[in-house]
Design a binder for this molecule. Structure first.
Ligand SMILES: [Zn+2]
Ligand SMILES: [Zn+2]
Length: 358
């Protein structure tokens, strides 16, 4: 006998009793039945840095299944207990399971509520698809609303102080005169560039604030970075009501694993900074040793519109930052359109060379 999923979030409309949902356009809880709206004022006092010594590999991950009884239509289905938002497969009602986050060691501290509504996201997607002159003509018909998902995605942010010792060789260019014989056997001279190498070393300190790392496996870190930045100054206290009417997930990448991704980003930036300190005209053999201290992290939930669409058997992805509306994605290219453009160009080149040759 499966355990019931209880304590679903109740947020009834005071005037008609239907479940309220978070409305991105109005930035309020709103009723889709009677139009009632209620402003949601959220503080920022619970968003605090967690000391790195608290970071542990999460052993609480659970795959437990629970029986979900839809509050609206009564249909029963089995769902993962760690699913924060459940859409009833029978009536489409959306439900929030506030206990989902308790299946993980760290609960979200902050959230950025959706600002880009479904209407705006659909509009952006259609514009973006239509914008490319290389896109196949029938692609515009693909811009269907139901392929877009508004999902609250889990993230980690990391702060870290770094102290680095670097050493390497700085290269300075200089020029020497060189004599050579030309085709006719005459002695000529020319300038040749040489590099003088000088050993250098030094230190570099850099503080990194809020390095934002994806805690979901839905898409790669590199993909999400294309719709950065999120304006983290607008993060408010985590509030499950904001998830009513949306999709969401709990983190799948724990703080330790997330930090190894952040560390790569940090190390790359330190290396560039040290290279700049070392280089004269150029540099080589740069070695950097870094110590990390004052390390902290936070757990945030941020809004994202995700669309995966199929065209000619290939999957393409499209993303919208749910806070800023920033867009990224890949789209198919029409082979015929590109071919025609190339042929037209070749035609013009031939035409001009014929005209020029007269
Ligand atoms: Zn109502
Ligand atoms: Zn239902």
């Amino acid at each position: 006998m499966e355990r019931e999923l209880d304590d679903l979030l109740h947020c009834p409309c005071p005037s008609c009793g239907a479940q309220l949902q978070y409305n991105a356009e109005k930035e309020a809880m709103a009723c889709n039945h009677c139009g009632y709206t209620e402003k949601l004022v959220l503080g920022k006092d619970r968003i605090e840095e967690i000391d790195w010594t608290q970071a542990r590999t999460d052993s609480k991950h659970t795959v437990e299944r629970r029986l979900f009884t839809c509050q609206r239509c009564g249909a029963k289905t089995t769902v993962n207990y760690d699913t924060p938002t459940i859409t009833c497969g029978f009536c489409g009602s959306t439900n929030v399971n506030p206990d989902a986050t308790k299946t993980r060691l760290f609960e979200p501290q902050g959230i950025v509520p959706f600002k880009i509504s479904r209407t705006q996201a659909t509009e952006s997607f259609k514009n973006w698809i239509g914008q490319s002159i290389w896109a196949p003509n029938d692609l515009k018909n693909l811009a269907r609303v139901d392929t877009l998902h508004g999902i609250y995605i889990p993230f980690w942010t990391y702060d870290v102080q770094t102290h680095s010792e670097w050493e390497g060789e700085a290269g300075t260019y200089y020029y020497v005169n060189e004599q050579f014989r030309d085709q006719n056997g005459n002695v000529q001279s020319r300038q040749v560039r040489q590099t003088r190498w000088t050993y250098r070393n030094g230190t570099h300190q850099q503080f990194f604030d809020d390095i934002l790392i994806l805690a979901s496996r839905q898409l790669p870190q590199q993909t999400i970075q294309k719709v950065y930045p999120f304006l983290l100054e607008n993060v408010v206290n985590y509030e499950p009501r904001v998830m009513l009417g949306w999709e969401s997930e709990v983190y799948k990448i724990d703080p330790q694993e997330g930090f190894s991704v952040a560390k790569k980003i940090v190390d790359d930036r330190i290396e560039s900074a040290c290279a700049e300190l070392l280089a004269d005209d150029t540099y080589r053999n740069l070695e950097v040793q870094t110590e990390y201290s004052d390390q902290t992290f936070k757990h945030l939930v941020l809004p994202l519109w995700i669309c995966a669409y199929q065209y000619n058997g290939k999957t393409y992805q499209f993303l919208i930052n749910g806070q800023t509306g920033s867009i990224s994605g890949n789209r198919p290219v029409s082979v015929w359109k590109v071919l025609l453009a190339v042929l037209a160009f070749i035609g013009l080149v031939i035409l001009f060379s014929v005209l020029g040759g007269r």
